[in-house]
Design a protein around this ligand. Structure first.
Ligand SMILES: Nc1nc2c(c(=O)[nH]1)N[C@@H](CN(C=O)c1ccc(C(=O)N[C@@H](CCC(=O)O)C(=O)O)cc1)CN2
Length: 283
């Protein structure tokens, strides 16, 4: 393997150690950060992520509350739970695990969360502030990607960042965050013509397309940084959107799956919850 391995698990655990100290300091000021996680239905992957979020809170000293609702729950009942959490002074952050069942309007649910507690950074107010570079909660996966690149000592300013994918929770915001850091950003998606022409020109290639091993060695420039946001289960095994075995021979640095972006997603969620609790201290 020629590429440097960007170890998200290690970076995440370093960050969580310093977060523990921040939480201790907040507690000395009489504030225990609190996170509420709402899970609708029984999707096994979502259940795994929610369990990991609660475990991460517990290990960091953050109070966490779990609300589990059946997949038959009405949108109105779900919104009612959010209303109560918006008013709960012990809760600094609220998140609704996505995806939601089809009968529930995801946008309406996200918009019901108070922007002051929007630790997922998905509310239109948070998204708008991020776009114009104002301080706000940043979406966890995109922020985790930027943090990993920075911590690895990779310069972003002036670099060509190519994002494959344009979802609202990863593709679009990750490009915006890198643009805010003065990168030149290109988005590729299912209608992009001659995608390889773009990916081959990337200094930093971020892949969030949801197709197992979509990016091959011939798609990548020698020495490029490759960030794999994909989490796919193939024959019971986890793999990313990048063909790791091939691409590691060409890239300068690469994230693995598992152990790359995933653990950083949860770490940035903890950071947002602590940021929200600090705002509570100031108010
Ligand atoms: N409300 C939200 N819903 C969803 C988000 C989100 O940020 N907010 N993102 C994803 C799922 N997600 C967090 O919720 C998430 C995905 C993956 C991981 C992770 O640590 N993955 C591990 C592998 C774990 C496994 O499946 O065995 C890894 O990559 O090493 C954490 C969080 C969609 N929904």
């Amino acid at each position: 393997m020629s590429a440097q391995l960007i170890n998200g698990k290690e970076l995440a655990s370093e960050k969580r150690e310093s977060m523990k100290k921040e939480v201790e300091m907040l507690k000395e000021q009489g504030v225990k950060p609190g996170l509420a996680v709402i899970l609708v239905g029984q999707d096994p992957a979502s259940e795994t992520y929610v369990r990991s979020k609660h475990r991460a809170c517990e290990n960091t000293g953050i109070h966490s509350v779990s609300i589990k609702l059946p997949d038959t729950v009405s949108e109105e009942e779900l919104l009612g739970h959010i209303d109560k959490l918006n008013e709960d002074d012990a809760i600094d952050g609220i998140l609704v695990q996505l995806p939601l069942p089809k009968h529930i309007n995801e946008d309406a649910v996200i918009e019901r969360i108070s922007p002051k507690k929007d630790v997922d950074g998905f509310h239109p107010i948070s998204v708008g502030k991020m776009m114009i570079g104002q301080e706000t909660f940043l979406p966890c996966t995109p922020h985790g990607v930027l943090e990993m690149v920075r911590k690895t000592g990779i310069e972003v300013s002036g670099k060509h960042v190519v994002v494959i994918g344009r979802s609202n929770i990863v593709g679009k915001p990750v490009g915006q965050l890198f643009l805010n850091e003065n990168a030149t950003v290109t988005y590729c998606h299912s209608r992009t013509q001659n995608m390889q022409k773009h990916t081959k020109d990337a200094d930093i290639l971020i892949v969030a397309v949801g197709i197992p091993k979509f990016v091959k060695d011939q798609d990548v420039k020698e020495g490029a940084v490759v960030i794999d946001v994909g989490i796919n289960r193939v024959d019971g095994k986890l793999c990313g959107d990048v063909d790791f075995e091939e691409v590691k021979e060409v890239a300068g640095a690469i994230t693995p799956v598992p152990g790359g972006v995933g653990p950083m997603t949860i770490t940035m969620l903890l950071e947002n919850t602590i940021q929200s609790a600090k705002a509570r201290v100031r108010s």
